[in-house]
Ligand binder design. Structure first.
Ligand SMILES: *[C@@H]1O[C@H](CO)[C@@H](O)[C@H](O)[C@H]1NC(C)=O
Ligand SMILES: *[C@@H]1O[C@H](CO)[C@@H](O)[C@H](O)[C@H]1NC(C)=O
Ligand SMILES: *[C@@H]1O[C@H](CO)[C@@H](O)[C@H](O)[C@H]1NC(C)=O
Length: 446
């Protein structure tokens, strides 16, 4: 048993303990340091899902104004306007909020997970937090447990459930006092951050925690490693939960679960760690803006192009929408999400559960590769103007078979370019596709 456990573990150091406790499989206990926590394998569901929907909703959805509308209160800055902003909470009615309608749209997008703002930097909690008296969605505004209602609807549709959570709060008196002490005191963390995080986990059992608002203070102030060790060892979601990398100043792109790095992280080549790009359909804001113009909204081909590039480079794509304060999702956002889902309904085989291939793209073209088992997928962005289509990287054999996912069961004519590598493919005439992208399936190539 001991030997079996030892050999089934990838990380010998953290697996020494199961040798003593003889738990099943690799039930290592993580210690409260980054070396141990960073070595935790990411639960597989996350890499397989590839696509998530990010939802920014809160008191900021009431004024719903300006670039990055969720930052409005911070743009204002002056203490005098604290009260004015707080009044917006009473206008956060959510009268049309139907969590089942939302979850239907998210499911139809083809996403495998949803990440919802439980609390943004304004500190308003979208659940009845005992630590946020009169500044939560049950005491004020909607008078509903928004986190709980959406969690149930999302889980019912077999989507993974994620919670965005801001560690800091712009104007919380305890946070400001800790900050004034140079973060030598930890009253805010002891009385607010940690109890709320634990409460969220126990109450709503998230599969993903998307941490944010960490950058003002080091992870030793937030006690991030203590929290994560508890999350990975003893919480009810210890085997399934995935986290990101925003756990303290200097942490991102370095520590935690998968890497978000900066917002809209766009690496130029294959990163050596699982990562996620978050991107908003409204290019200027995460929260809803009443002053949003159509020209500022990503169109479907841009979304698909971005997502295909991200997946080819081993990332996940977290696409954001900001619902309105009345609980409606703007039809333009719904249309984009359903369009993405329609494209994935045809081409998803080239996306879900794939791995990066040995080469990510054909140079100077819009072709992106992924691979699954022994099959290679080449996704073409934009219908090629030059026919036949030439791919220089795959090495063919007599057993090579080429099909288009949108034209299934019909092998396409192809010929090698040189003895060493490459092939030309004769594409069928295809009708207009709103996604403007097509995935080729290449079997028997290396
Ligand atoms: C943070 O962790 C340290 C070390 O375990 C502990 O002494 C301290 O009390 C913790 N602080 C909070 C706020 O939990
Ligand atoms: C292909 O790979 C997936 C995931 O890696 C696996 O679940 C599946 O069984 C494989 N399919 C075949 C036909 O080998
Ligand atoms: C693309 O460019 C890189 C760097 O110049 C080169 O190493 C690689 O062989 C090229 N690949 C193809 C398919 O032309």
């Amino acid at each position: 048993m001991g030997l079996h456990v030892r050999f089934s573990c990838i990380f010998p150091l953290i697996c020494l303990i199961p040798l003593l406790t003889s738990g099943p499989g690799c039930s290592a206990r993580y210690t409260e340091d980054w070396t141990s926590l960073d070595a935790r394998p990411l639960p597989q569901w996350y890499d397989d899902a590839k696509i998530g929907i990010f939802v920014h909703w809160g008191v900021f959805s009431v004024p719903a104004y300006g670039k990055f509308s969720e930052w409005l209160w911070s743009w204002w800055k002056t203490a005098k306007r604290l009260d004015v902003y707080a009044d917006f909470a009473t206008q956060f009615h959510a009268e049309f909020f139907n969590p089942d309608d939302w979850a239907d749209i998210f499911k139809a997008s083809g996403a495998g997970y949803v990440v919802f703002t439980s609390k943004h930097h304004e500190g308003f909690t979208n659940w009845p937090s005992p630590g946020s008296w009169n500044w939560n969605s049950v005491d004020v505004g909607p008078h509903r447990d928004l986190v709980g209602e959406l969690a149930a609807a999302v889980k019912k549709r077999s989507l993974h459930w994620g919670l965005y959570h801001s560690l800091y709060e712009w104007y919380h008196p305890l946070f400001l006092a800790d900050q004034a002490s140079g973060f030598k005191t930890q009253d805010f963390v002891a009385q607010k951050t940690l109890p709320e995080l634990v409460h969220l986990v126990m109450e709503y059992q998230p599969d993903l925690i998307w941490s944010d608002g960490d950058w003002e203070a080091p992870d030793t102030y937030w006690n991030s490693t203590q929290f994560l060790a508890w999350l990975y060892n003893d919480s009810p979601v210890k085997d399934v939960v995935v986290t990101n990398d925003r756990w303290g100043k200097g942490c991102y792109c370095k520590h935690g679960g998968y890497y978000n790095c900066a917002d809209r992280y766009t690496p130029g080549k294959l990163p050596d760690h699982k990562w996620e790009k978050c991107q908003s359909v409204d290019k200027r804001s995460w929260g809803y803006r009443r002053n949003m113009k159509l020209s500022e909204v990503m169109d479907l081909p841009s979304i698909i192009k971005d997502m295909v590039y991200v997946v080819a480079l081993g990332g996940n794509y977290l696409l954001n929408i900001g619902p309105m304060s009345d609980g409606m999702i703007a039809p333009v956002f719904e249309e984009r999400l359903r369009g993405l889902g329609a494209w994935l309904g045809v081409n998803g085989e080239a996306i879900y559960a794939t791995k990066p291939w040995r080469v990510q793209t054909e140079n100077d073209t819009n072709v992106w590769y992924t691979a699954k088992n022994n099959t290679v997928y080449a996704t073409i962005i934009g219908w090629p103007t030059k026919q036949p289509l030439q791919l220089l990287t795959p090495k063919t054999s007599d057993a090579t078979k080429v099909t288009l996912l949108d034209y299934p069961d019909v092998p396409l004519k192809w010929a090698p370019v040189t003895k060493q590598a490459g092939l030309v493919i004769v594409l069928p005439a295809m009708p207009f596709s709103p996604g403007n992208a097509w995935a080729l399936k290449l079997e028997g190539v290396v």
